[in-house]
Ligand binder design. Structure first.
Ligand code: PCA
Length: 199
């Protein structure tokens, strides 16, 4: 049976919730077009998240890996085009680790491209009226770190691997910030998975 590994992250930087992890938990155990979804919440920490991803790939041998993260300030579901070989963020991860100007894999390629059909995903999600667009930067924090690691671990295999950032949830503490409700995001990610399976 086709196995999909779907990951999200736990809350970070003082936020109470992270929709990416909630989406992964919500979809854990469901079937999409005959494929089984394994939904897992990763810690928002550079080393622990990358290590857990390694273990999950070994354990589940998935055919598809879609990692999700939250990008505060975004208003759309955004499939990421490229991961870069850089950890560089002002904020600490959940292990207290602050990284500046630090390569993820010294000597590794500067960038690795998503192995998903990012435009097809964005188009399919947008077609049902959910805002979606291809993104050209996953940042240089834990999301990009996991994305870069994922593409390295699955390079040379047939695994379809990629990353999608989702907006923040509506939050009274950030009344002006763009947001999307969880049900809409779950629907959008389900459509993204259907599109990946059909490609
Ligand atoms: N977003 C952060 C890390 C965890 C998450 O959900 C990021 O964009 O790097």
């Amino acid at each position: 049976m086709t196995t999909i590994l779907l990951t999200g992250f736990n809350p970070f930087a003082g936020d109470a919730r992270n929709p990416s992890g909630e989406i992964a938990s919500r979809l854990d155990g469901i079937r999409i077009g005959g494929a089984l979804v394994r939904g897992v919440v990763l810690p928002t920490a550079y080393d622990a998240a990358a290590e857990q991803l390694r273990v999950l790939l070994d354990e589940h041998r998935p055919d598809v890996v879609l990692c999700l993260g939250m990008a505060v300030g975004r208003s759309a579901i955004t499939p990421e085009r490229i991961a870069i070989n850089l950890d560089d963020a002002a904020i600490a991860d959940n292990a207290g680790d602050i990284r500046r100007d630090s390569p993820i894999e010294p000597g590794g390629p500067d960038g690795r491209f998503s192995r998903l059909a990012v435009h097809a995903i964005a188009d399919a999600v947008a077609a049902v009226g959910i805002p979606a667009a291809v993104s050209l930067s996953a940042g240089a924090f834990v999301c990009n770190h996991v994305f870069y690691t994922l593409l390295g671990l699955t390079s040379g295999t047939a695994v379809r691997a990629g990353f999608i950032h989702v907006p923040a949830l509506p939050d009274a503490a950030r009344p002006e910030a763009p947001a999307m409700d969880l049900d809409t995001m779950v629907r959008g990610v389900t459509i993204a998975l259907e599109t990946i399976l059909a490609s």
